[in-house]
Structure formats: structure tokens, C-alpha cells
Ligand binder design. Sequence first.
Ligand code: KG4
Ligand code: ZN
Length: 342
Amino acid sequence: MSQKNERDIVVLAIETSCDETAAAIVRNGREVLANVVASQIESHKRFGGVVPEVASRHHVEEITIVIEAALEEANMSLQDVTAIAVTEGPGLVGALLVGVNAAKAVAFASSKPLVPVHHIAGHIYANRIVSEFQFPLLALIVSGGHTELVLMREHGHYEVIGETRDDAAGEAYDKVARVLGMPYPGGPNIDRLAQTGDPLYPLPRIWLEPDSYDFSFSGLKSAVINLVHNMEQRGEQVNEANLAASFQASVVEVLVGKTVNAARNLNVKQVLVAGGVAANQGLRTAMNVAFQAELPNVELIIPPLALCGDNAVMIAAAGTIAYQQGRRAGLDLNANPGLQLL
Ligand code: KG4
Ligand code: ZN
């Protein structure tokens, strides 16, 4: 084991909210000692999406293995750990329950405190592995279940200033991918295809009311579906790369535009991008270009690809702050699939 300081806070975290079984160990909220992720994507592919029962069963099979692998990777035993953090919600209830129960068992067996973590707080805190937070900061959360702009004035406090009124960004990607006959998860496939095409199909930009920080993606998704159906009816061939590029251009323009507006209006010091769609190359590039050009004094942080999708490093990072702020759960902790970010 590497040098241990008595004041170090070492958090072992568990994440099972959707289709990744993950465990990680992070020191002092920022130093990754272990990061283990067992993905179930292959099992869900043939169903075209995550099947909750299949997800739960995989989590049960993998959970002990990933926790042991994390301890081994960090060259630690449970005695070296300060606290156990776990995703309490939101997510699939049967999937969350596996992680929550495993965390309770580990906390009980090792007499360590149990710290509940919100999944989206985790996605936000993945950015703290890259750079120390400076407040106020603005986080753009773009995942399979969430699209939100969150203002943070201090650690552990989240003010949702805008959110999607219908589909999440990742959900829109997955649905459009399905229309184009691509396998689950659609986001990375559309992203790859988009890079080989040009945004030549006219698709709407859904801005909503001029000053709103809310999002809406269902109209864009319907526009793509209608365009494909109309072309099919006319016997015309859809250029899939160009359609992917057109869809991506619309999503990215609105995400970047609203984030820049909010960052400017709220005078934030940092902007973070969080969630699975933060892996999107089009979004990463456009965010960098826009902030360089329009708000060069605002620090833009985007996590490395490995920390964009679901992982337990982010839960450990958020869990460290929650631990320092005194958040604890008892052994009666339950999964909360509809947990709000507060
Ligand atoms: O954060 P995440 O792993 O799980 C949730 O908390 O929802 O996000 C998963 C979502 C999926 O919808 C997936 O298609 C999307 O993120 N995604 C992407 C990319 N990589 C993952 N969307 C667009 N471009 C990508 N490169
Ligand atoms: Zn997630």
C-alpha cells in the first residue's frame, strides 16, 4: 500500500444504478486508487436497451467480484478504508438495491460509516478528479436519464436552474439510433457516425422561451423520425452519416448555447460537463471552442472518457464530500429510484 496519512479520507464506493457494476477507492476525494467497472452492455444489446431484471441479476453476480478487485487494485484491506459510499438513487430500483445491500453488508462487517450518494452528484464530482472546484460553478448534466443545468455555490449543494421537459439528451440519442437501426447504446454509435457526415438535413433547434434554461428533445427526435419516414415513403435513400451529423449539431448547439448563456448570466468561475453524453466528441469540441471564444476566463472541465459513463470513482468523490459534511445512512438505508438532487 502507498504511504498512508492518518488524516487521509479513503472512500470505497459502490455504484449499481443502471447497467454497470462498479466499485472504486478514492483518497481525499481526488486521488483514484482503484476503478473497477463491469459492464453489462453486451447482455442488453440484443434487447435494444437495459432490461431491469437482467441488470439486477448481473449486479448480483458481479458485485462481490468488483469490490474485491477494487481492494486488490488499491492494495488495501477494508481496515484501510474510512467510509463506504453507495449510490442511493436515482436509477432502476432492483439494480440500486444490489449496491445498497452490498454497501450495508460491507459497512456492517467492517464497522465503517455508510454514506448515501445521489447518482447525479456523482457525475458532477467526476470532474473534481480533474480539477479542484471553484465556486460558483455551473454543471451541465447530460446522461441517459437526466439533462440539467445545476448551479453550485458550495460543496454538496445543488440548485437545478434548468432541466429537460421531456426526453434526456442520452435518451434522444438512443431513440434516434434505434430509428437508424443501430445497436444499444446508441449515443456512441451516432457520435462516431456523425463525425463522418455533414449536418445537411435541416432539423429544429428547440430553444423554448428566450431566457429559459430548460431543455426539450422530444420534438427533435420526432423531426428525425418524420424525416426518415417521409424519405422512405418517397423511396429516397437516407444518408445516415449526414442525418447523425445533423441530429448531433442540433443537440450540441442547444446544449452549448444554454450553458454559455447561464455561465455568463450567473458569473460562474467554472463550468463542468457531466454524465454519459459528456463523452460525445461533438459536444466536447463545441464546448471547448465556445468557451475559448466567448468566456475565456471561465475554466471548462470535461472528465476523461473513462469517468463520463457510470463508474464508482465519481460516487467515491461525491461521497468524500458527503462524508466530510456529516452525511450518514443507517443499516435501514433503502434504494430510492426517484431521489431528488438537493
Ligand atoms: O451517465 P450514463 O452512463 O448513465 C446514466 O446515468 O443515464 O449515460 C448513458 C447515456 C446513454 O444514453 C448513452 O447513449 C449516452 O449516455 N452516451 C452518449 C455517448 N456515450 C454515451 N451519447 C452521445 N455520445 C456519446 N459519445
Ligand atoms: Zn449515470
